[in-house]
Design a protein around this ligand. Structure first.
Ligand code: HAS
Length: 568
């Protein structure tokens, strides 16, 4: 088996390696800082609206307080909550984190910094364009914007620009990695840089679906260029994008869990080969699974739904792999810190470091989110949970915990690194991580139970539902308790972020990015785990094979007949 010193795709003379100057680093940090600043600002509004939703469900309707801000309904608030938290907070944070991490992982400046800068500007313009119609109550279509609900055209064009901007940022990353490879022939691509590029490549494939939906269906329809649209085709294109979207949220957390977190607890990366394999499998399997969101949709034959259900079990596999290998990496650290016994070592993990604690707690919540996901993906079980509150229970443990709590943990070293200021304060940050953990535990448990035992619908103003029964009450009280803890946690998070940014306490020593070293640096890494071709072509092939025939069929029988509805 060919190992570590690889035959490189770049024959000929190597280019001279370039290392970043202070000015390059300052530029990168500014760019990362802008992205993260926008992400956190969006989150601050998004989570506030979540509190109003939680209170409403428990029978405390405070939406009248929001009328002066032109938020006129629960559903308008829910649209803002979903768009700002699920789309804006995640995408902008990921782009900012990746910008910083790529440069520090390669120890090379961005190849074309203006490309990355242009990406951020396009994303920013898109965000503003999408935000205005939502705030004017012209786009109350929730974050999945299913037609025939019809939003103002500016909403669709704005979101399209956010995606286009993220593509441009991705090109900036690819150029940079390509330049590094030319400068380092025969060397293995650094783990963090490679996995950033894999995530962005997966994103390029996934977003083709939403780009076709926007450009081919929704934008012409909202501009009145065509009279109607085809909701089934639009939903199918959306979920072509919508499921890999969740891995776009998850993989940055995995990059941190695999590539950084072990270092934060004195551990080592247990197996770099397995870690790389997990990411390549995500590239391969993230997209051809979207029909598992459409099990209840008529018009998609059961065979295709079953194939996607099986492939979904396949995409669960790299997460199982992650559960074992990441825990092994952390155990190495805990034992190095004096941990003993089968489980006693857990106490010796770096629980006193808020950055570490937040991410480990996120991992624990993800065990439950992941199990729930596999239940959702089971073709027959899905009928019990689909469109019930079980689903928001699931995604608050995944994007709301595995992703968001990990991003909080990253912020606790990244914001000091970007600002050169000390964290304000360790105690508050630790309290933040634990209150989020318990808040999500109660909140999501209440939602899961309410959905599966009582069949309470998701995306509904439960406090006003005439069909609500007394049996719902204990679960709603439990979610309200969770919401209260989450509110406290969110206040703590913003206090720490603002406190750190405005603080005058400079760092004594500059913070460097934590990079986990391999457990056995001499262990061979097969060449096929450093090669792009087979995985990229494999991903394109699987996507075409699992979506091609059905999409051809849907386009062939496309009926642009449905008018737009504004039910708000
Ligand atoms: Fe999901 C619906 C299936 C993962 C997000 N999902 C959603 C929606 C969202 C979402 C937002 O098949 C709602 C969309 C909407 O609005 O309609 N999901 C899955 C499956 C997985 C999965 C099979 N989802 C995610 C992730 C998300 C996310 C990740 C965001 C980040 N999901 C579904 C399905 C639906 C769905 C259906 C549609 C339902 C419907 O009917 O509408 C898998 O990827 C999960 C695999 C994960 C695991 C867990 C591995 C655990 C790890 C942690 C290890 C930690 C340890 C602790 C051991 C198998 C890696 C160590 C502790 C120490 C102390 C050391």
């Amino acid at each position: 088996m060919a190992v570590q010193n690889l035959t490189m795709p770049f024959a000929g003379q190597a280019a001279v390696p370039v290392t970043p100057t202070q000015a390059d680093l300052a530029f990168t940090h500014r760019l990362a800082g802008w992205n993260i600043g926008i992400a956190i600002s969006a989150l601050s509004i998004g989570v506030t609206l979540g509190v109003f939703q939680g209170l409403e469900h428990a029978g405390i309707n405070l939406y009248s307080w929001l009328i002066p801000l032109n938020i006129q309904s629960y559903y308008q608030g829910l649209t803002l909550h979903g768009v700002l938290n699920a789309l804006v907070w995640t995408t902008f944070f990921i782009v900012g984190f990746f910008t910083y991490a790529l440069v520090h992982s390669l120890n090379r400046p961005l190849r074309y910094p203006q490309v990355n800068q242009a990406g951020l500007i396009i994303m920013g313009v898109g965000l503003l364009m999408a935000a205005v119609p939502i705030l004017l109550n012209q786009a109350t279509v929730l974050y999945t914007f299913y037609p025939p609900l019809q939003a103002h055209w500016a909403f669709y064009i704005g979101l399209t620009l956010v995606v286009v901007g993220s593509w441009v940022v991705g090109y900036g990353f690819f150029f940079t990695l390509y330049a590094w490879r030319k400068e380092h022939p025969g060397e293995r691509q650094p783990f963090i840089a490679l996995t950033i590029a894999i995530t962005m490549a997966m994103w390029q494939i996934a977003t083709i679906g939403v780009a076709i939906e926007m450009l081919g269906l929704l934008i012409p329809w909202s501009l009145g260029l065509v009279a109607g649209t085809d909701p089934l085709l639009a939903r199918s294109l959306f979920w072509f994008f919508g499921h890999p979207l969740v891995y776009f949220w998850l993989l940055p957390a995995y990059i941190s869990w695999y590539g950084m977190l072990p270092k934060q607890t004195e551990g080592k990366m247990f197996s770099e080969s397995l870690a790389r394999l997990a990411f390549w499998l995500f590239l391969l399997l993230s997209t051809p699974v979207g029909f598992h969101h459409q099990f209840a949709d008529p018009g998609i034959p059961p065979t295709w739904k079953f194939i996607h259900s099986l492939l979904t079990m396949g995409v669960g596999f790299p997460s199982m792999l992650t559960a074992f290998t990441v825990v092994a990496s952390l155990e190495l650290g805990a034992r190095a810190r004096g941990g003993k016994g089968y489980l006693g070592w857990v106490r010796r993990l770096a629980w006193g470091d808020p950055s570490y604690a937040a991410q480990n707690l996120a991992m624990i919540l993800f065990i439950f989110g992941g199990i729930g996901g596999l239940i959702n993906a089971s073709y027959s079980l899905n009928t019990t949970v689909h469109n019930t509150t079980w689903i928001p229970g699931h995604f608050h443990l995944t994007v709301g915990s595995a992703t968001t709590l990990t991003f909080f943990g990253i912020c606790y070293w990244l914001i000091p690194a970007l600002t050169g200021k000390k964290l304000f304060t360790k105690g508050l940050a630790l309290a933040q991580a634990w209150t989020w953990f318990f808040g999500m535990l109660f909140f999501s448990n209440g939602y899961h139970a309410l959905g599966i035992y009582e069949g309470a619908p998701r995306r509904s103003m439960l406090g006003a539902a005439p069909y609500a029964t007394a049996a719902w009450q204990p679960y709603l009280v439990e979610t309200l308790f969770g919401v209260t803890l989450l509110l406290i946690s969110a206040i703590l998070f913003f206090t720490v972020v603002i406190g750190t940014t405005l603080s005058w306490r400079k760092l004594d020593k500059a913070i460097t990015m934590p990079i986990a070293e391999p457990y056995d640096p001499a262990a061979p890494i097969p060449t096929w785990l450093d090669r792009w071709g087979p995985w990229l072509y494999g991903a394109i092939f699987l996507t075409l094979a699992s979506y091609g025939p059905m999409l051809f069929n849907l386009f062939y029988h496309m009926q642009l007949t449905s008018p737009g509805f504004k039910v708000w």
